[in-house]
Design a protein. Structure first.
Length: 442
C-alpha cells in the first residue's frame, strides 16, 4: 500500500485527495477511513465523483452524515446532487437541525443558480455594534465562517446594508461604532441569479467573496472565489466541447462511459455528415466542368479548407468576445463591418499566394497548368478572396443569429461553420471558373 498515515494527514486536504486518487478502489477506502474526522469532509470534497461514490457505497448513513457535517454547505450540496434519494434522506436526518435546514434550503435552488453555490457561514453584525462586539462575534462564529476577509452589516430586518473589509476593524478602536466604518457602497448577488452572471461580477469587482441576498435584500449567504473558479472551469469546458462539435459531457472524459461518449458525439457527426453530402452534390453538379478542366479539382481542398479555416477563426473570436461580455447582440453591425474588411484583406493575402504558387510552378516546370495557366491562377486567386471573405462573414454572424434565438453561441462549432463554408465555397469556386475559363478550358 503506497501511503503512510502519519505522512498522509500532514498534507493539505487537496493533496490528500490526490494521494487517495492514485490508489486502487480497496486502498482508497482504507486510506480514507484512516483520516481524522475533522478533515474527512474537506478531503471528500476534493475527491472525484466516482471515488466519492465508491466510498459512499461502503459506508452507512451515520458515517456519511459524519462526513457531511465536516463539509462546507456548498460542497455538501454538490455531493447531494448525485446521491440516491434514499441516502440523502437518511444522511440529512443525522445532521443537526441547523445543518439540515441549510442543506434542504440549498438543494431547493436551481442547479445553475447562485443559491446552490452559496454558504450560510459568514460573520454579520449590526451598525450600532462596537468594534469590540464585532471581535466577539468573530471569535464565536469565525471557525465556521468560509472567509473572514469581509464582515457583513445588516439592519434589524436582516437586510444587507454594507460589507466592510476586516482590515478596517483591525485598525479601529474597540469602542468605535461599526456605522463609522461604513460607506454603504457594496455589491451583492441575488440568490436566483445565474452562476454565469455571478462570474461577471466577480471579474468586474475583483472580489474574493460576494454576499448573496434575496430579491428583498435579505442577506442569506456568501459565495467565495473557489466556487466561482469551479464554475468558470465547468463553463469553459462546456463551451470548448460544444465548439468542437459535440454535446457537452456531464462528467470528465475519463469518467464518461463509452456509450455515453458515443451518444454525445454521434448526433453532431451525423448532422455534419449530411452537411458534407451537400459538398458531394455540389461536386457532381459541376462534373462537366471538372471533366473538361481536371486541373480545377487540384485546388478543391485548398479552396474549401481556406474558407473553413477563416470561418472557424471568426467564430472563435466572436464566441469568446461574447463570453467575456466584450460584445452583445447590438454590436452585430460593428462586427460585420470589421469582419468584412478582415475577410477581404485575408482573402487578398491568400489569393496572391495562390496565384504566385501557380505562376512559379508553371515557370519552373513543376506542373503544367496548360496554356491558360494565367486564367487558372486568376480563378484560384479570386476564389480564395471570395471564400475567405464568405467564411469570415459566416463564422462571425452565426453566433449572433444563435444568440438572437436564445441558443448558446458556442453551438456554432468550428465543424459546423466549416461544413457550411465547404458547400458554398465550392459553388463560388466553380462559378468563378465558369466565368473566367469559358471559351478556354470550359
Amino acid at each position: 500500500m503506497q501511503f503512510n498515515k502519519e505522512e498522509l494527514i500532514k498534507k493539505h486536504p487537496s493533496d490528500i485527495a490526490e494521494t487517495i486518487t492514485a490508489l486502487n478502489d480497496q486502498e482508497q477506502m482504507v486510506a480514507f477511513s484512516l483520516l481524522p474526522g475533522d478533515i474527512e469532509g474537506e478531503v471528500f470534497a476534493y475527491l472525484e465523483r466516482p471515488i466519492q461514490e465508491n466510498i459512499l457505497r461502503q459506508l452507512g448513513s451515520k458515517e456519511i452524515a459524519d462526513i457531511l457535517k465536516n463539509m462546507s454547505p456548498d460542497d455538501r450540496t454538490d455531493v447531494f446532487e448525485d446521491m440516491p434519494d434514499y441516502i440523502i434522506k437518511d444522511a440529512i436526518n443525522f445532521l443537526s437541525e441547523e445543518e439540515r435546514k441549510t442543506a434542504l434550503t440549498l438543494i431547493g435552488y436551481h442547479e445553475d443558480s447562485v443559491g446552490r453555490m452559496m454558504t450560510p457561514y459568514y460573520i454579520q453584525v449590526k451598525s450600532h455594534w462596537t468594534v469590540a462586539q464585532t471581535y466577539q462575534a468573530i471569535r464565536r462564529f469565525g471557525k465556521k465562517a468560509e472567509t473572514l476577509n469581509f464582515i457583513y452589516v445588516v439592519d434589524d430586518e436582516q437586510r444587507l446594508i454594507d460589507d466592510i473589509k476586516i482590515g478596517k476593524f483591525l485598525l479601529a478602536d474597540g469602542d468605535e461604532k461599526v456605522e463609522k466604518l461604513m460607506d454603504r457602497d457594496f455589491v451583492s448577488l441575488k440568490s436566483m441569479m445565474n452562476k454565469e452572471d455571478a462570474i461577471e461580477l466577480f471579474e468586474k469587482y475583483d472580489r474574493e467573496a460576494l454576499p448573496v441576498t434575496t430579491e428583498n435584500g435579505v442577506l442569506i449567504g456568501i459565495v467565495t472565489i473557489d466556487d466561482i473558479l469551479d464554475t468558470i472551469e465547468e463553463r469553459d469546458t462546456e463551451d470548448i466541447q460544444k465548439f468542437g462539435g459535440l454535446e457537452a459531457l456531464e462528467e470528465s472524459y475519463t469518467d464518461t462511459p463509452l456509450f455515453e461518449m458515443i451518444k454525445k458525439r454521434a448526433g453532431w457527426l451525423i448532422l455534419l455528415f449530411f452537411g458534407e453530402l451537400l459538398t458531394a452534390s455540389a461536386m457532381s453538379y459541376f462534373q462537366i466542368e471538372l471533366d473538361k478542366a481536371i486541373v480545377l479539382a487540384l485546388f478543391v481542398p485548398l479552396i474549401i479548407s481556406s474558407g473553413g479555416n477563416s470561418g472557424s477563426q471568426a467564430a472563435t473570436l466572436i464566441i469568446r468576445a461574447m463570453a467575456l461580455k466584450e460584445i452583445g447582440l447590438s454590436d452585430w453591425w460593428m462586427v460585420l463591418k470589421k469582419e468584412l474588411m478582415s475577410g477581404l484583406f485575408l482573402g487578398l493575402i491568400l489569393g496572391v499566394f495562390g496565384f504566385v504558387r501557380i505562376l512559379v510552378w508553371q515557370e519552373i516546370g513543376l506542373f503544367d497548368y496548360t496554356e491558360h495557366w494565367f486564367f487558372v491562377g486568376l480563378t484560384v486567386g479570386f476564389s480564395l478572396i471570395g471564400v475567405v471573405l464568405w467564411g469570415t462573414i459566416t463564422g462571425s454572424m452565426i453566433p449572433f443569429i444563435l444568440k438572437r434565438f436564445g441558443l448558446d453561441p458556442a453551438t456554432s462549432s468550428a465543424p459546423f461553420v466549416a461544413t457550411m463554408v465547404d458547400v458554398t465555397g465550392l459553388v463560388l469556386y466553380f462559378t468563378i471558373a465558369s466565368l473566367l475559363l469559358a471559351g478556354k478550358l470550359l
